[in-house]
Design a protein around this ligand. Structure first.
Ligand SMILES: [Zn+2]
Length: 110
């Protein structure tokens, strides 16, 4: 079982979830050569892997909350960042339109 040092950057509730998730893999027999994929991006494709979904389901059956799954927290952060970027662009466009109106008014005022 491998636990990333990056875990230390997460809230304790997420660390507890991840450790329980790794034990769930062991309980489900997900270990050995067939279950090594440290070379792939586990966050992006996590929910597509049946063994990850099974481990998450078992963790939730043990009483942990899927809200503490850092995979979902990361997805939520990415969604919020995308929303913030959309808002920033919308404000930029609005400011540019206002500058054009101000410029037009300045040129056409007496
Ligand atoms: Zn896993």
């Amino acid at each position: 079982m491998y636990l990333s040092p990056d875990l230390e950057t997460l809230p304790q509730r997420c660390v507890s979830y991840v450790v329980a998730h790794e034990f769930a893999h062991v309980a489900l027999g997900h270990f050995g050569q067939d279950f090594r994929y440290a070379d792939t991006s586990w966050v992006d494709r996590h929910d597509e892997r049946p063994e990850e979904v099974a481990a998450d389901n078992l963790v939730c059956a043990w009483g942990y909350s899927s809200e503490d799954n850092p995979v979902h927290i990361d997805a939520e952060v990415r969604r919020l960042e995308a929303e913030a970027e959309d808002l920033r662009i919308a404000k930029e466009v609005e400011a540019e339109q206002q500058r054009s109106v101000d410029e037009w008014n300045r040129r056409h005022s007496v």
